[in-house]
Design a protein around this ligand. Structure first.
Ligand code: H53
Length: 825
């Protein structure tokens, strides 16, 4: 029997006729066209403008309520916000999706067509940027006063094309024809100083005063993107800073006839927010990157202070009561010396008072243990760009070293280990240490990751500051990642357990009791099949590959990185292919391996892996001997809007990183929420997913963190596996031939080399056999249709923990200490 459906869907604020009138009005008055001339792009813009009326009204009311209540707010500082598309989200949140669809239909337009017109807002690389987007969605939904601060990149993450199997990067221009959501706020422009030198002066009572004489000043222009909460009550903002040349700076040169010189200044200033660095989990180490970081942090801090002063004047005593700043990784860590500079040099507070404020304001999230992702800046570079900040960092460190000496007297090795400054050929500033020292709370992003942050990354800091290091397991917004992207499943769930699960994801538990119900299993798997048909169509359109929707859809979608081990999946595909060639009756259920991944443009091996996947795909997809048992589809330009099509169609979710390397993962949560069964290692949040769904509903394989460490300590030798396992040897040797790259032997050899000559740093060979066996178990499980349906349903039912609302609740309780603010109408 169905549970009584509770009616908690957002109720539409306007009806179909009014929405239709608004769309027509904007077609005429905003876009200067009409119903007969308008193309899909114009219809999209007019529809955005129609809903934006509601959005801006919500924004106005929210800002007024926050101001009148003088609310404490969280300020989420992040160099990345991977927002994706906003129209469908905003319509859903106002309960206007069906209204808009109906209105457009009457105008002869399909809503699904115009949704496809929207370019993704891809101002981020991967997990970290998408997490920030999920978090601001949850903050607005939970009516919490919050603002996201970041960079208004002119070009977001590159568009990926695949040419002859290889990745080609093309620029992304998400706002070429105007972005209908953003609002420029010239009244809140900030100025940011760079370069120059520091003058030491002496004030009253011999007080040392520092004055920074900048060599250059740039302007930060804020663009606000409204962030609509579910049910549309709170509308927060994401404020993104665009760099421009400062007004007065160039006029003299310009007037003196130096047009070109003046232009050069402009170009340099505008370069700051020009492009997103396309690296994920690698430190860029480039001057421009540091400038980008400082630019948005300085603008944001000044913006916060301006707002604070409007309510509290020069009384700094309440600053830390009103303001909490979450540092999303170390990218915004330069905020710590910047706030110290403002407080000490500008507001003329004493050091101790200023430091007392700072260390009550900042909290830091660590997202990785990978050494190449832990940011370090050459002291000389900071000195050149931010001379005063380097002095402040030295002072912070000097005082911190005294603390270390108190705790471990005379222990110079300990001082060297914990110091913000790493001594060596080139002095480096460790941004992670600065972040831990300058924050009142530090969190990892999954239970296991946070345990490793304490035990292996920052053990001494944990000893020095007991209780500062904590965990907040990541989450995802179920509004985008189930309700909006999987309407078929959402409606089925609504009917079964009511409609309030998007706000209270634990309600999905209610599905568990139907997991073995044959009728429900059929309904659930029918939705899955329909989603697979849609993805199959996408694969046909994009790659001209026909796939069988009755095959297992096996999905691996994430940035390309050795530690994520797409090449482990590839080796298994090659092994299966080989088994079929050796034995045409090899018994397996047909499977479609679907990949989506971008590689950092400078990451050679990652690009080689993409090339290899495509070359192996070409061969297998066109080999009649395979008899359609395997298809491989690498969908180009993986991004949020593509994820929204792939995730609902997945049967199997690949989460196969080397244990200890993936901090959390969030794709794992999205896929399981949509009824995919995970094949994965005990890494990141997989551990917690396994706890929730139970061992029978997940395929766990491979080395544990402890085993990885032990194997490494005992001297891991990948050759042992190569020589002992003939299938591994055959598959690796195959890479060296020209079988997959006719006429070009050796085109795929770099993968073999990395796994043998380079020591297989991510232990692919050590986990190969366990992975391959786990895949055989997946194959067997899928053939039992009822058992598989039950597993899929249990996965959806048990994902309540992984809503980003729960993550935000944890942050509020453990870190931010915030209260919701009701919005007065
Ligand atoms: O952050 C995600 C995690 C994921 C981790 C990722 C991440 C980046 O996307 C970029 C840099 C970085 O240090 C970490 O790899 O495991 O789920 C959100 O926490």
């Amino acid at each position: 029997m169905n549970a009584k459906a509770t009616k908690t869907q957002p109720s539409p604020v306007i009806d179909k006729a009014a929405f239709k009138a608004a769309v027509i009005k904007h077609l005429h008055c905003t876009l200067g066209t009409d119903e007969n001339k308008a193309n899909n792009h114009a219809w999209w813009k007019a529809t955005c403008a129609a809903i934006q009326e509601q959005v801006l009204e919500g924004l106005r009311k929210t800002q007024k309520s926050h101001y009148l209540n003088d609310t404490r707010a969280v300020h989420y500082f992040s160099a990345e916000f991977l927002m994706g598309r906003l129209l469908s989200n905003n319509l859903q949140n106002f309960g206007l999706f069906d209204v808009a669809g109906g209105a457009l239909k009457e105008l002869g337009v399909e809503i699904s067509d115009i949704l496809e017109e929207e370019p993704d807002m891809a101002l981020g690389n991967g997990g970290l940027g998408r997490l920030a987007a999920c978090f601001i969605d949850s903050l607005a939904t939970m009516e919490l006063p919050a603002i996201g601060y970041g960079i208004h990149y002119e070009h977001g993450l590159f568009r990926q094309e695949i040419k002859s199997g290889a990745q080609i990067e093309r620029p992304d221009s998400w706002r070429d024809y105007g972005n209908p959501w953003e609002i420029c706020r010239p009244e809140s422009i900030q100025e940011v100083s760079l370069y120059g030198y520091v003058e030491t002066k002496y004030g009253e009572n011999g007080r040392v005063l520092k004055e920074w004489h900048p060599g250059s000043i740039v302007k930060g222009v804020p663009w606000d993107i409204p962030v609509v909460g579910y049910e549309g009550k709170t509308v927060n903002v994401l404020r993104l800073w665009q760099s421009e040349a400062s007004d007065y700076f160039n006029w003299d040169v310009f007037n003196a006839g130096g047009y070109v010189d003046a232009q050069r200044e402009n170009v340099q200033a505008e370069t700051i927010s020009k492009v997103l660095y396309p690296n994920d989990e690698t430190e860029a180490g480039k001057e421009l990157r540091l400038i980008q970081q400082y630019f948005f942090c300085s603008c944001s801090l000044k913006d916060i202070i301006r707002r604070y002063k409007r309510a509290h004047g020069d009384d700094w005593s309440r600053f830390a009561d009103q303001v909490v700043i979450q540092l999303n990784d170390t990218h915004p860590a330069i905020s710590i010396p910047e706030l110290m500079r403002i407080l000490v040099d500008r507001a003329e507070l004493g050091w101790d008072e200023a430091w007392g404020i700072c260390t009550k304001v900042f909290a830091y999230t660590n997202h990785t243990l990978l050494p190449e992702a832990l940011e370090k800046w050459p002291a000389r570079m900071i000195e050149k760009i931010l001379p005063r900040h380097l002095e402040i960092i030295y002072e912070i460190n000097h005082r911190f070293m005294a603390e270390v000496d108190k705790k471990w007297p005379g222990d110079n090795a300990m001082k060297a280990k914990l110091s913000i400054i790493e001594e060596g050929n080139e002095k480096m500033v460790r941004m992670g240490h600065l972040s831990v020292i300058g924050s009142f709370a530090v969190n990892g992003v999954a239970e296991m990751h946070s345990r490793l942050v304490k035990s292996s990354l920052f053990p001494e800091f944990d000893e020095l500051y007991p209780g500062k290091l904590t965990n907040v397991t990541n989450g995802i917004t179920p509004r985008r990642w189930l309700k909006a992207c999987n309407p078929g499943l959402s409606k089925l769930i609504d009917k079964k357990i009511g409609e309030d699960w998007p706000r209270d994801l634990d309600k999905l538990q209610g599905l568990a009791k139907f997991a073995s119900n044959k009728t429900f299993q059929k309904q659930f798997m029918k939705v899955k099949l329909e989603n697979k048909e849609l993805l199959a169509e996408e694969i046909r359109k994009s790659l001209d590959i026909e796939v069988d929707v009755n095959a297992i859809f096996d999905v691996q979608i994430k940035r390309l990185h050795e530690y994520k081990r797409q090449h482990l999946a590839l080796l298994n595909i090659m092994a299966l292919y080989r088994r079929i060639l050796e034995n045409p009756d090899y018994d397996m259920h047909p499977r479609v391996f679907v990949f989506g991944a971008k590689a950092a443009p400078g990451y050679k091996l990652a690009k080689d892996i993409i090339f290899a996947i495509n070359k192996v795909a070409d061969k297998i997809n066109n080999d009649p001997r395979v008899n359609n048992k395997i298809k491989v589809a690498f969908l180009p330009n993986y991004r949020v809007s593509l994820a929204e099509k792939m995730i609902p169609a997945a049967d199997v979710s690949e989460q196969i990183s080397t244990a200890g390397k993936e901090a959390s993962g969030t794709g794992n949560m999205k896929l399981a929420l949509n009824g995919a069964v995970t094949i994965g290692t005990l890494d990141g949040a997989n551990v917690e997913i396994a706890e929730e769904v139970g061992d029978d509903n997940i395929f766990i394989f491979g080395l544990t963190v402890e085993e990885v460490n032990e194997l490494k300590a005992n001297g891991y030798n990948p050759h042992d596996y190569y020589y002992k396992d003939p299938e591994i040897k055959a598959v690796l040797d195959w890479l060296e031939t020209d079988y997959f790259t006719p006429g070009k032997p050796g085109a795929l050899v770099s993968i073999k080399q990395s796994l043998l000559d380079n020591g297989d740093p991510y232990m692919v060979l050590a986990d190969f056999r366990a992975y391959s066996d786990a895949q055989i178990a997946v194959d067997a499980a899928y053939r039992d249709k009822e058992r598989w349906a039950e597993m899929a349903i249990i996965n959806t039912a048990k994902m309540g923990k992984f809503t980003s609302d729960r993550s935000i609740r944890d942050y509020v309780e453990r870190v931010w200490k915030l209260s919701p603010c009701k919005i007065e109408s």
